[in-house]
Design a protein around this ligand. Structure first.
Ligand code: MLT
Length: 407
């Protein structure tokens, strides 16, 4: 008899954004005359920057001729892209990262989901609440979550992010091995200062813990004093893996390209207490399970770092940030306390009512899709997340409708 992985029975029946898509599709089917505006899932709407498209086309043409055709590429990504990332994203900001510590992939979602498999099933995991659901769900699938009671899993260390702590979690009372952090935060839009991040790095060093740092939204940071990478913090090379993505930075959600940095100094231990380099483990995992990202996509990603690409990406991110600012001020004018939207594309709005009810109300009365905070965890109850990823016209229209409903 074939047996299933029973850990899957502990999951919520569907992934948050699939559940939302289902409700939105049902509403649309029942109300075909009501055009919906989507400020729910953080999916970009602008075309790829021109520099990326030009490089993409050129690379596709290379595939059309035997002389320039490319077959399998290096599983870790092409050197041309890894070197640009190391130079522009790290060394230029004083972060000591080498090109061969960078692993190019198809997405930060897959990497943050897959990374946990190189750690023991006994690993104690700390997860912020509210949280990007992938971190929790993949640890549930792997059997690290324990028993579900009152909406929480018994073996998970929850890091509560609340209005009181500015949505930046305090150090845990109970010692975890693996700590997920995400800044600028999805879903709250909160940011972390260098001083706050240093406390986490020091904590990880003192406790032989490891930080999984999701920096997928770093391009949206406006405040120059804020860290864009955990490697700007001294001592982090030994205790942090960082995830980045071209999805939101340059509009690659449908094109797929991201990368993960595993410094050679990062270690984890076997039962006998011997240290093992995580770089070699992740390299073994990736080279066994994937064949890299397509050549044209990596050429398109490389173009992000050209002079034209950098200018276009700035404009691209700036357009979404103008939306974010408008969403934040409008919701504040309507009397809601807001976090985010200043250094992040998400605005976390305190609704003071059940977040799924608020979601349904906005959908039914304004035909606007947001994301209910409760979908991200218990601490998200009473909040909604509004995404700035849409056209300025649609954001203006959505805010007008919201104003009409809530004023
Ligand atoms: C979100 O809306 O939270 C993101 O789009 C999800 C993702 O990047 O996978």
């Amino acid at each position: 008899m074939i047996r299933i992985n029973e850990n899957y029975l502990k999951l919520k029946p569907s992934y948050l954004f699939s559940e939302i898509a289902k409700r939105v599709a049902a509403f649309q089917a029942a109300n075909p005359d009501k055009p919906i505006i989507r400020l729910g899932i953080g999916d970009v709407t602008r075309a790829l920057p021109e520099a990326c498209i030009t490089a993409f086309h050129r690379a596709v043409d290379e595939m059309a001729s035997d002389a320039t055709f490319k077959g399998y590429g290096p599983e870790q990504g092409y050197a041309f892209l890894r070197e640009k990332i190391a130079e522009h994203d790290y060394r230029s900001r004083g972060a000591d990262i080498d090109a061969d510590e960078i692993f190019v992939s198809d997405g930060a979602k897959s990497d943050t989901a897959n990374i946990q498999e190189i750690f023991s099933v006994e690993t104690r995991v700390a997860i912020p609440d509210p949280v990007y659901p992938v971190y929790l769900d993949t640890n549930i699938m792997a059997g690290r979550a324990g028993i579900l009671a009152n909406g929480r899993y018994s073996s998970i260390v929850y890091l509560d992010c609340t209005q009181e702590n500015g949505f930046v979690p305090d150090l845990p009372g109970e010692r975890p091995d693996l700590i997920y952090l995400c800044f600028p935060n999805n879903p709250t839009g909160a940011v972390i200062t260098k001083g706050q991040l240093k406390r986490w790095v020091d904590y990880a060093r003192e406790n032989r813990a490891l930080i999984l740092y999701d920096a997928a939204y770093e391009a949206f940071i406006r405040d120059k004093a804020l860290p864009r990478s955990i490697y700007e913090i001294e001592g982090s090379r030994e205790v942090a893996i960082e995830f980045r993505s071209f999805s939101k930075t340059a509009g690659f959600t449908g094109t797929r390209c991201a990368f993960t940095v595993v410094p050679k100094d990062c270690r984890a231990y076997d039962v006998a207490g011997n240290a093992h380099g995580l770089h070699a483990f992740w390299n073994r995992r990736q080279s066994t399970k994937m064949n890299g990202v397509s050549y044209p996509v990596q050429r398109a990603a490389e173009a992000v770092y050209s002079d034209a690409g950098r200018t276009q990406v700035k404009e691209f991110v700036g357009a979404y940030m103008a939306n974010a600012s408008l969403i934040r001020t409008t919701m504040q004018d309507l009397g809601f306390a807001c976090t985010g939207g200043e250094n992040s594309p998400y605005i976390w709005v305190k609704t003071g009512m059940d977040s799924w009810e608020f979601f349904d109300m906005l959908l039914e009365k304004a035909s606007v899709v947001c994301t209910p905070g409760a979908g991200f965890g218990r601490c998200g109850e009473g909040y909604i997340r509004i995404s700035a990823f849409n056209s300025a016209d649609n954001v203006n229209r959505a805010l007008e409708r919201i104003r009409r409903v809530l004023q």
